[in-house]
Design a protein around this ligand. Sequence first.
Ligand SMILES: NC(=O)c1ccc[n+]([C@@H]2O[C@H](COP(=O)([O-])OP(=O)(O)OC[C@H]3O[C@@H](n4cnc5c(N)ncnc54)[C@H](OP(=O)(O)O)[C@@H]3O)[C@@H](O)[C@H]2O)c1
Length: 309
Amino acid sequence: MADNGSILVTGAAGKLGAVGRTVTGLLLDRGLRVRAMVRREDDRAASLRAAGAEVVVGDLLEPADVYRVVSGCRRVYFGMSVSAGYLEASVTMAAVTREIGVDALVNMSQMTVSQMSIQNTTPSPQQRQHWLSEQAFAWSGLPVVTIRPTVFLEGFFLPLTGSSVRDRGRIELPFGRGKTNPVSTADVARVVAAVLAEPSSNLGPHLGRIYELTGARSQDIYEIAREYSDALNREITYSDIPPEDWERELKRAGLPEHLTHHLVTMAALNRAGRYDRMTDGVERLTGRPAMSVREFVSHHADEFGGRRA
Ligand SMILES: NC(=O)c1ccc[n+]([C@@H]2O[C@H](COP(=O)([O-])OP(=O)(O)OC[C@H]3O[C@@H](n4cnc5c(N)ncnc54)[C@H](OP(=O)(O)O)[C@@H]3O)[C@@H](O)[C@H]2O)c1
């Protein structure tokens, strides 16, 4: 396919990790034509348009919308919020892109899928749906590139430790002594953009590949708390709270059941050491090492209550 068609980015408005939003900006910076799919017209849509994207409104659960937004695009980034309809949206995207034809589909997944099989799943409905979505994309025969990041700094650590660090100087999570190696979505987006921006002549080696992405260092939350302390120049401690208390808090905050179930599973997997991961995917694909927790917290110091002078 020609190199001059548009690249479709779904989930482009961005809510938690905002991978789609960051990918949109990176592709526009490279002078590429981007069609940014959003769910509704709002300020985020307006700023995407102001940045130079062609903004299209649609629902990833509506096949006719997906057909309309994919038509005329040569490549696709597919990602959306953790939600109960994820598998349906994935299969809809597979059916539509098969019908229309694209030269690459970059599919957002999760690194836990690397540990899953028919005999060995997890209780998270999101992880099960990613596992099944990957199967469906594989059966489709589409030119798929699979992105499997571990837990996000922006999409997990910022929203779920920000207020306790701000208010009490504590990371409160039920992660035991399990190690984890969170990745920044800024790095994940750089990987996605690097693949989507490849000229057709260089795309081949990416197709069918799975890119597992972690941050810079696998460490337990006591060590992560030290990185927060260094970044904020004040003592941040880790409080290993009971899983039931955390689940109650998530429910009290009104999180959807699908997301709560997913987060509770993540915590259990963390306690079991299943997030103790290390890959060089970010550096290999982008030429730059992954962001450390300390760097991330420094960049977002205000959201964590500020850095002491
Ligand atoms: N959070 C983590 O730690 C983590 C780790 C590894 C992998 N992942 C994966 O990363 C993905 C999430 O990425 P992200 O954090 O960048 O997403 P995000 O910032 O939450 O953005 C996703 C966007 O999808 C849009 N969306 C949701 N449902 C839609 C629908 N039916 N039709 C059209 N658009 C829809 C949302 O629109 P609105 O904003 O308008 O609602 C939102 O802007 C998921 O696949 C997740 O499993 C997450």
